[in-house]
Write a protein that binds this ligand. Sequence first.
Ligand SMILES: *Cc1c(COP(=O)(O)O)cnc(C)c1O
Ligand SMILES: [Zn+2]
Length: 452
Amino acid sequence: MNDLVFQQCINPDCRQTYEVSQTTFLCQRCGSLLDIQYDWDRLTVPKSLSHFELKWQARRNPLDFSGVWRFRALFPFAPDDKIITVGEGQTLCLPSDSVAQFTGMNSGTVYLQYEGLNPSGSFKDNGMTAAFTHAHMIGASRAACASTGNTSASLALYCAVTKKMSGIVFIGSGKIAHGKLAQALDHGVLTLQILGDFDDAIARVQQVSRDLGIYLVNSINPFRLEGQKSIMYRVLESLAWVPPDWILVPGGNLGNCSAFAKAFHELYTLGLIPRIPRLAVINAAGANTFFQLVEVQKLSWNQGRYDQQKITSYYAHLDQTQLRAHTLASAIEINRPVNLPKALRALEICQGVVRAVDDTAILDAKAQVAAGGFGCEPASAASVAGLKLLREQGVIAPSDRVVCILTAHPLKDPSATIHYHLGDTDHYGRYANRPQTVANDLSEIIRTIQQK
Ligand SMILES: *Cc1c(COP(=O)(O)O)cnc(C)c1O
Ligand SMILES: [Zn+2]
């Protein structure tokens, strides 16, 4: 195939290519995941990353305003007139000395990338704008996803704002945080609560999409990951294009970590960065398939010839013991991550590590993020809890420059926060800030304030 852009099977023994317009998203020959590939030699790529700063001068053009599409030279799969943007990607990467102190890092070394500042309140918008654009390119009129909540909120928002598509979301019953469910309902998409969990819902949505020809926007969709690469471009931009030592990211379906590694691999190959940061993927202890396979069973990418048997028998073990994912960090409550092979490849590209942190560590880290900054939802704070753990283990040095990806907004899951501060959860609220009950009486109110 001599197209400038194509889809390609990630299996090195297959490497089958597909046209951009294909929407199967799995190799029809071997069943592996697909990548979007570019013939960089025949495309115009900027000679230096600082080129992208020029886009700020053109920000009246919505494509140059978008924090995703202003980098479109690094994922040029769509003609400009087909791109659908709602102005996503206006996010911030800020240093946090209070998180540095909490995690045992030197002052000035820790940065937080606040992806909760996206229009729907999570990083998913980076990928949704790309998937939506692809869907629009090929003329789709309906899009569907299974979601722990944020993908459905993002899909719902893009449907409502752009009017380009009608949306259908599949959610596991009872597991979705209220902020996210509220978004799906409010934006008016068809919301199906499957009597099962996320792993059940994603299996169903793939069947239904295939049978009814509905465009699938889960992160199995390789176009979504192209948009999510831009999170790393913005991190680099915030750090004046000097790569940090570490990127820490929560791992659920493992799309984000896969996208980040692809971004760095491409930038490095194109000569646009001098070295690739290391990657730490952080699971919740109650949904730790990736940790188990990589760190306990030593599963590795092995240049694409990874040991599928280890994965198959791990999933069989999940079935036999009826082990279901269980964590308060609902966004990463996933036991069968669809991007597992790509994430293995990501670890190889970035010399990555995987860790698992328990819910108490996650909620304490979340409280510390909010006490010193903008805040985040529980799953996001896994990155900070992971930093603390990796510092304690001596894997990350106190002087390393690190970026924790805060994947979503604190108001996504207010009940987790309230229960933590009221102290009525199983998890002791070490940093709990309890409301004080005071009689409706002036002198008692004054006394209470002065006691503090
Ligand atoms: C989707 C999501 C994740 C998990 O990202 P993956 O790419 O699926 O690993 C983590 N945090 C939040 C808040 C999310 O919405
Ligand atoms: Zn294949």
